[in-house]
Write a protein that binds this ligand. Structure first.
Ligand SMILES: CC(C)(COP(=O)(O)OP(=O)(O)OC[C@H]1O[C@@H](n2cnc3c(N)ncnc32)[C@H](O)[C@@H]1OP(=O)(O)O)[C@@H](O)C(=O)NCCC(=O)NCCS
Length: 190
């Protein structure tokens, strides 16, 4: 498998992947374009990544991640910055992370996330906020986040209820719960 930056030229293949893996309509073409734009840092790097099958060029995974200053919230409306250990302008955001079923449980999620984390640390971000999917199969969403050092802030029931898509668990509307979580970057010792 090959990890590469998420570029505008990947959007068609990424849309096919998100419709199949997250749910039909979760991301529109326009929203994916906007998310690609939001992934470009002030120094011109890209903080979102795709996992590609090098033989077929098929997308097998997606890590959407936005640097500080390029995001104001997640897919749901709920956000509790009053409970974070840093301010929103100091925080990056992990949006979606999805892998094809056959590649789950093999550490590709943490590897993709690490690529984004390296970029955020270089930018001087203080940490990352995310919304974990509580009903994720095998609790893999919460487990990979905990494994890389994220802590729970608060749960948001019915977080995705207003997102117009077909949830793989509930159909329409989605009744899943999100767990707002943070990762604080350690200060580098002198
Ligand atoms: C969540 C996800 C991105 C994590 O990436 P990953 O590469 O699978 O992460 P890891 O390999 O570190 O696995 C994390 C844990 O989940 C378990 N796990 C992951 N996928 C699994 C599966 N299909 N079946 C059983 N266990 C699984 C792993 O064994 C591991 O357990 P551990 O904590 O005991 O070590 C990936 O599993 C996935 O795409 N899941 C479905 C979609 C999803 O929930 N996305 C998050 C939405 S916010």
């Amino acid at each position: 498998m090959q990890i590469k930056e998420f570029l505008i030229s990947d959007i068609e293949a990424v849309k096919k992947f998100t419709d199949a893996q997250i749910g039909v309509g979760y991301y529109s073409f326009d929203e994916l374009k906007e998310n690609q734009r939001k992934s470009v840092t002030t120094s011109g790097e890209i903080s979102s990544f795709v996992l590609l099958d090098p033989t077929t060029q098929e997308v097998k995974g997606l890590r959407l991640a936005f640097p500080p200053g390029n995001w104001a919230g997640g897919k749901g409306a709920k956000l509790r910055p009053d409970l974070w250990p840093f301010q929103i302008h100091e925080a990056a955001y992990f949006q979606s992370l999805f892998l094809s079923a056959e590649l789950q449980g093999q550490n590709w999620g943490p590897k993709l996330s690490q690529k984004s984390i390296e970029i955020f640390k270089k930018l001087g971000a203080k940490g990352i906020i995310t919304h974990s999917w509580k009903e994720s199969p095998n609790n893999s969403s919460f487990r990979y986040l905990q494994k890389i050092g994220f802590h729970t802030i608060i749960e948001h029931p019915l977080y995705w209820i207003d997102v117009d898509y077909v949830c793989p668990r509930d159909g329409k509307p989605c009744r899943c719960t999100s767990i707002e979580m943070f990762l604080r970057f350690e200060k580098e010792s002198a």
